[in-house]
Structure formats: C-alpha cells, structure tokens
Design a protein around this ligand. Structure first.
Ligand code: NAP
Length: 505
C-alpha cells in the first residue's frame, strides 16, 4: 500500500497573536506568550525549521563573535558550549533544543511566508495573507509580532554584468555547499564580519583566493579557545558559575559603550590590539598599508579574528583594493586609480556584501492605518519607531529588532529579551483593561527618536569617518542603539500606556 503524505498542519483563520519568524525573536515570543497565559498564537516561518539567521548562515567558519556565555536566553541558559565563541551549528542546535523543550512547536507553521498584513480599522485586527506550498491562507490576528530579524535579506551588490558570470556565485548567507572549492580560483567580495570568518577557511582549500576589499576594517584578536573538560563539567554542574561568567562578560562588553557613544579616545586599547593583530601576521609593508583602517574604531562594527590576517598573508591569497568595475562571464574586472582595467579570472565568487538593514524588507508587507505602507513610510522618512518596538500608524504591531535596537558591542539576545518583556506586558495590560488597539502617540515617538538622534550625533557611528550599514540613504543612523544595554532594558521593563493612544474594545 502506498502511504499518502501526512497532511500539512492546519492554519487557523483567527488567532490572538501572529508571530513572524522562528529565530531567537519568534521563539522567545512564543515562550513568553505561553508563560503569560496567552496560548492562542501562531508562529509562521518561511524556512523549514527554527533558527533564523543561525540556520541561514552556514558558511565555512560561521561562528558567533559575541562570547558564548552571553549568547543564550537568560531563561534557558546553555551550559554545553564547546568553545568560548560558539560555532554556528551549536547555536542552531541550541535554538532547536529550546524550542523543542518548551513544547511550543505545535503552533509553528514552517514553509509559510507572510505575504501581507493590513490593519482593519473596523475590526481592530490585522488581516494577514500567508502562503504555504503555493496555497494562500487568510488569518486575522489581534496583534502582529515580527521577529524576522535585522540581517535576513542579503544585499547584493549592483555590479555591472554580475548576472553574466558563468561560474558559481552565491551570497555568504546562501552558501552553496554542493560547490567544491578545492583547488579553485575563488573571489570573495567584501571584508565585513562574515567575510573575515570565511576567508581563513577558503584560504585552506582554494587554489587561489582574491579578497576584494573596499574598506579596511578593524580586526582585533579573537582569543577563541576550546573549553577544557574540567571547565565544561564545572559549567554544566554549577549554574552559579555560568551566571557569574555571563555577568563578567556582560559588564566587560558594556565598557565599550562610552568609547563608542561619547569618547572615541577611550577605544585606544582596542586600536592598539588591532594594530598588533595586523603587525603580528603581516610583514609586507604594502599589504600592511592596505589593511590599515582609515576611520575611527567603532564607526563600523569591530571585527574579531586571529586567523584573518595570517590568511591574507598566505601565498595563495591576493588582497585586491582596486575598485570592482564589472563582472564578466569569466571573472572580476577592477579599475585602478588611472582607470586601467584588469580582469582576474575566477571559478567561484562569494558575495559577502551584507544585508538590507536600514530598509527592513518585512516593512514592505505591512500596511497600517489609512492604508500607509510601512516600507514606503520608512523609505520617505527613515526607519523610526517608539522604543524600537511599536510604530505610530501601526496599531498592535510589535517589532523585535526594530529601529535603533542593534548593538555594536554585545548580545542581541539580551535586546530581544528586553523587547519581549515590553511586548508581553503590553499584551497583558491590553487584556486586563480590555484595550482592543494600542498605538504609540506621535509626540512620544518623536521625543524618543529626537533623544536617540541627539545621542547618535556625537557617537563614533556618525562621526567616525566611515560609511556603514548603520546609516540610511538620508545619512540618519536608524540601526544602532547608542546607550548601554541595561538602559534599554530599563526603558522597556514595563509597557507605558501613557505614551499610547488606547482604543477600548
Ligand atoms: P557587512 O558587515 O555589511 O560587510 C559587507 C562587506 O561588503 C563590507 O566589507 C563592504 O565594504 C563590502 N561591500 C558591500 N558592497 C560592496 C561592493 N559593491 N563592492 C565591494 N565591496 C562591497 O556584512 P556582513 O559581513 O555579512 O556582516 C553583517 C553583520 O552581520 C555584521 O555586522 C554582524 O552584525 C552580523 N554578523 C555577525 C556575525 C557574528 O559572529 N555574530 C558573523 C557575521 C555577521 P564597505 O565596508 O566598504 O562597505
């Protein structure tokens, strides 16, 4: 007898809360909603499993550049990290375990994409169109919680002829594992956080590796190490030790904030560490000059690696600093300062050019009050929300990792947990007081953003002499949180109804 495939799980037509994305944000939201007694929720995820960015980024060398002990939910601490900076497979496995053990996966729908969400002013609900396996589903939800991540949509470079390349070409977050790179001529475009993890791995296998650098980053040593058996046993058996370790790392990281936000001179020790890191590995003065940053440390994300510079100094690697002018079917064409063009033939191109950050792609799918589309609004005025979580004109919309919530120095998991406390408190208050719709007041949102922009104007992210993915097309920094992470936690500790227009239900 031929068994028929098991039917796909039902997508209900109505839920209290619809959560988009099954990464740290979506899973945290599901757990915290359940804990608050809000059980009528659905998480939709376009991929086939939980993990979000930690499922998508499987490139060689993928690992967290925040210390492992800080990179788990405080309510589900992981005691089994193998290294001081955890590799991607361990983080993905951790996320899967947390979701499984929380007993929440029955209300997750995988392979399901949110196509559109529109606020229904009469019903005071979100009307959401989902798609799964080519079938459309309409769901109505009281609240919409987005956990789709700030770094989910690859940003592909606009290079002449890129579509004509005849070899394999793929983005770092869409790694094609079927492509064998052994002995191949490979080019990596970009020298950001992803690229500097990829390059040392490719150097080991590629016949020749061209690294196309537009801006030299600061790279400080990683000092990664495998935990000894004794440490692992102690961390597993003594939860207090893990907590103390986590607390120590947390406060160590917070020391970066004054240097980034107020006084760049305080970053002097890190500048020296980056210099020593370069000089230890690179002896060729010309190469050393090319990898020396020309902006202030912190303006772009500070990278950590102890293997990047040794890889660049290897005989099979060329650092190419001439601008890319085109891609041909056979390689990459660069132009030097005089305009002279050179083609470097390659078999494979790895595009490590980052993500769409200042224009979060999910915004294009959300339409609020008066038919205003969030993507259009943010393109026109720049990303802006209240407390990085709620937005004027978009009632009952809660965004995790929204405007100005990204960090240059510590763990995003901490920020997500702070936001979850705020969202769940809002939902609890809505239920207790029978508010059908809540929406931040324009004056509250403006005051919040004016304060942020005032602080950012003095910060290294805005004044450090670089261009970065923190700044939008208007030159406004709509990505970075410019204060300590504990200030963020304090600001979001309780939902603040006085900052909202409230509609009774
Ligand atoms: P990224 O930091 O935005 O770096 C993109 C790189 O591509 C930069 O070097 C950029 O040069 C270059 N680039 C962009 N367009 C280019 C073009 N047209 N031609 C030549 N070069 C071009 O992206 P990412 O490395 O993927 O990292 C993004 C973020 O992901 C990180 O900042 C971090 O927050 C996160 N991440 C985290 C980890 C982790 O361990 N937790 C690991 C990887 C990534 P310019 O500098 O000149 O713009």
């Amino acid at each position: 007898m031929v068994s028929s495939p098991s039917p796909l799980p039902v997508i209900p037509a109505e839920v209290d809360h619809l959560v988009v994305g099954a990464g740290f944000g979506g899973i945290g939201a599901a757990i915290k909603l359940d804990e608050a007694g809000e059980r009528d929720w659905l998480v939709v995820e376009k991929d086939d499993d939980v993990g979000g960015t930690w499922r998508a980024n499987t490139y060689p060398g993928a690992a967290c550049d925040v210390p492992s002990q800080l990179y788990s939910f405080s309510f589900a601490p992981h005691r089994e990290w193998s290294m001081s900076f955890s590799p991607q497979p361990e983080i993905e496995a951790y996320i899967q375990r947390v979701a499984r053990e929380a007993g929440i996966l029955d209300r997750f729908r995988f392979g399901t994409r949110m196509e559109s969400a529109a606020w229904d002013e009469d019903a005071l609900r979100w009307r959401v169109r989902l798609s799964r396996a080519g079938v459309a589903y309409d769901v109505s939800a009281r609240t919409l919680i987005t956990g789709s991540g700030g770094l989910s949509e690859p940003r592909l470079p606009d290079i002449d002829g890129i579509d004509s390349f005849g070899g394999a070409i793929f983005h770092s977050a869409r790694w094609e594992h079927s492509v064998d790179l052994t002995g191949k001529r490979v080019a990596v475009i970009g020298t950001g956080a992803s690229a500097i993890q990829i390059i040392p791995e490719l150097q080991k296998v590629a016949g020749r590796l061209d690294v196309h650098q537009r801006t030299a980053p600061y790279v400080i040593p990683r000092n990664d190490r495998t935990y000894s058996r004794l440490e692992r046993t102690a961390l597993r058996r003594l939860p207090g030790l893990g907590r103390a370790y986590r607390t120590g790392i947390y406060w160590g990281r917070e020391l970066y904030v004054p240097a980034f936000a107020k006084q760049p001179r305080l970053a002097w020790p890190a500048v020296q560490m980056a210099k020593l890191n370069r000089e230890k590995a690179i002896k060729d003065p010309d190469l050393l000059r090319k990898v020396t940053p020309t902006f202030q440390l912190g303006c772009k994300r500070v990278l950590i690696s102890s293997t990047y510079y040794p890889a660049l100094a290897s005989p099979n690697v060329d650092l190419v600093t001439d601008r890319i002018s085109a891609i041909t079917p056979t390689g990459i064409v660069t132009a030097d300062a005089t305009g002279a063009r050179t083609e470097r033939e390659v078999d494979v191109i790895v595009v490590a050019t980052g993500f769409q950050t200042t224009e979060q792609p999910i915004a294009d799918h959300i339409t609020g009050r008066d038919g205003v589309n969030l993507g259009d609004l943010w393109r026109k005025e720049g990303m802006a929300s209240y407390k990085g979580t709620t937005t004027r004109g978009f009632p009952n919309l809660f965004q995790l990792v929204g405007a100005n919530t990204t960090l240059g120095h510590s763990s995003m998991v901490f920020m997500i947990e702070s936001q979850l406390a705020y969202v769940v408190d809002a939902i609890r208050t809505m239920r207790a007081h029978r508010y059908a719709a809540v929406e931040p007041r324009q004056d509250a949102q403006d005051a919040w953003n004016d304060d942020l922009q005032r602080r950012l104007a003095k910060s290294v992210w805005n004044t450090g002499g670089c261009s970065s993915w923190y700044l939008d097309a208007h030159g406004r920094n709509t990505v970075v949180w410019p204060r300590s992470t504990f200030a963020f936690r304090r600001e979001l500790a309780r939902w603040d109804p006085t900052a909202y227009d409230l509609v009774a239900g």
